[in-house]
Design a binder for this molecule. Structure first.
Ligand code: NDP
Length: 493
């Protein structure tokens, strides 16, 4: 049987060994977009073996050469942008207005950024003993398993793949099952770019079988995972017997704090953009709003007004601002949370239902939804919903807002909105999060580090810090003294 999309193992585009396939469904209308290979552990064995074989030659390749290959890959990606944009939209519902500006152009830009950054990687020289020369060498981790989610499918994969490759690792990559197509296209471009066989291997298939086979494989040296916190914990438990490191970018339940002296229009527009961009399916989106009492009513009025103008519809239409959720189960989850919030006494300020248009009846759509809430321990304020569903709560003081923001098992990001920069900045120091913004939310670029605290994980992605995730510092101590070192002389004399 001929497949539209193939996995990449040892430099060859191929089918799964068992020949099984799985469907990729368009969440906007329920139609099939493609069939992709459904791999099993036996395909993972081949992928890991290929990555191991390629390892020595790749780590010993001059970094400038690796950089050139990444630049070549970036150029190929750019040449295929027009084809990739609708594919990304079709597989997970991100509106074309977004996939054409963010998802797809960010992928080559990330390869280019890392291709330059990685050439500057250095170790340390250490003044530990005048009779010795002490230094660290940066060594690749080895074979790295990359497991990625469906929101921003291509760019989340590239933001792991690029630093892994520039630092000399070989890779087994598994994209999310509902949206693997642009990553499989990337596999074709990897071959075209001339990246040596086995350096990148891409397998597709269910997380519990294929993902876990990667994690449990003794030939894998490190995992870098982005996804749900519960899945992250499962992966860490599987890695624990070998004490294998698991870099993790996990879920978020992010707070936006709006104080009495905030610029109201900016805060309301910022809230609308950050909460509902990509249908709220961003790990960094705010879903808890703590608004000070002096401006509460005015902020809520503006926020609701601005969110009610979001155009929900066919993601292929350039005018659409919000498409469907990534698949129907995501909509079911969102609707469960909406029903739970209503039952718990939260007041619907906007949305809370599906769009009325019959055109959207077959899609996984949920309207932008804003609740007014009174209790921070409500499920709506504690659980990650990953949908356009948020809660707004009135607070009295900035200190109360910070305490409520920190009352969460997550710690990915948060923002403070105020015209008093000193006050706002001091408040951010109290927030237990990996990223804090002042008068901004969801600004994430290649140059800035991204990652959380608490159950949001601890890894850093992007920025110069990402290179730490894919290398070890190997410490080397060279005794330069002509006589034996005094350390042991004291013991043996
Ligand atoms: P999941 O955790 O469900 O899936 C992520 C990846 O893990 C997929 O490739 C999935 O495969 C795989 N997987 C699932 N189960 C296992 C398992 N037992 N062992 C190994 N791999 C497994 O996340 P989603 O794809 O639903 O993405 C949404 C989540 O990702 C949200 O929680 C969001 O907050 C988080 N996220 C965090 C980011 C951050 O930077 N902190 C950025 C983006 C998203 P399959 O698709 O086959 O199930």
């Amino acid at each position: 049987m001929a497949y539209e999309y193939k996995i990449l193992i040892d430099g060859k585009l191929t089918e799964s060994l068992r020949g099984e396939t799985m469907e990729v469904i368009n969440p906007a209308n329920g139609t099939r977009v493609a069939l992709v290979p459904k791999c099993g552990p036996e395909d993972v064995d081949l992928a890991v073996a290929a990555a191991q074989r390629a390892r020595a030659a790749w780590r010993n390749t001059y970094v400038g050469e690796r950089s050139e290959l990444l630049m070549r890959l970036a150029a190929i990606l750019r040449a295929h942008e027009a084809e990739l944009v609708p594919l990304e939209t079709a597989q997970y519902g991100g509106p074309i207005s977004k996939t054409s500006k963010f998802d797809i152009p960010f992928a080559p830009a990330e390869f280019e950024f890392i291709a330059g950054l990685g050439r500057g990687l250095t170790g340390l020289t250490i003044s530990a003993d005048p009779t010795a020369r002490v230094m660290t060498f940066r060594e690749p981790c080895g074979v790295v398993g990359l497991i990625t989610p469906w929101n921003f499918p291509l760019v989340t994969a590239v933001s792991k793949l690029a630093p892994a490759l520039i630092t000399g690792n070989t890779v087994v990559l598994k994209p999310a099952s509902c949206a693997p197509l642009t990553v499989l296209k990337l596999g074709e471009y990897i071959v075209e770019a001339g990246i040596p066989a086995g350096v990148v291997n891409i397998v597709t298939g269910p997380g519990p079988s294929v993902g876990e086979a990667i994690v449990k494989h003794p030939g894998v040296d490190k995992i870098n995972f982005t996804g749900d916190s519960g899945v992250g914990k499962r992966i860490m438990s599987l890695a624990a017997p070998r004490v294998m490191p698991v870099a993790s970018e996990l879920g978020g339940k992010n707070a936006m704090i709006v104080l009495d002296d905030a610029n109201l229009d900016a805060a309301a527009e910022g809230a609308t953009y950050a909460a509902f961009f990509n249908s709220g399916q961003n790990c960094g989106s705010p879903s808890r709003f703590y608004v000070q009492e002096g401006i509460y009513d005015a902020f809520v009025e503006r926020f609701v007004k601005s969110a009610s103008k979001i155009v929900v519809g066919d993601p292929m239409d350039p005018k659409t601002m919000m498409g469907p959720l990534a698949y129907k189960a995501c909509r079911d989850t969102a609707e469960r949370f909406i029903a739970g919030a209503k039952a718990a006494g939260a007041k619907v300020l906007l949305g809370g239902d599906r769009p009325l248009s019959p055109d959207m009846a077959k899609g996984a759509f949920v309207m932008p939804t804003i609740f007014e809430v009174y209790d921070n321990r409500m499920e709506l304020m504690q659980e990650e919903i990953f949908a356009p569903v948020v809660g707004v709560m009135k607070i009295k003081t900035p200190e109360e807002a910070v305490a409520l923001a920190n009352d969460s098992r997550y710690g990915l990001c948060a923002s403070v909105w105020s015209s008093d920069y000193r006050k706002a900045m001091l408040l951010t120091e109290e927030l237990k999060v990996g990223t804090a913004w002042v008068n901004q939310h969801l600004a994430i670029v290649s140059e800035t580090p991204w990652g959380g605290q608490k159950e949001s994980g601890w890894t850093k992605e992007n920025s110069v810090l990402v290179l730490e995730e894919y290398t070890y510092h190997k410490h080397l101590w060279v005794n330069m003294a002509e006589t034996p070192n005094t350390f042991w002389k004291e013991y043996i004399s």
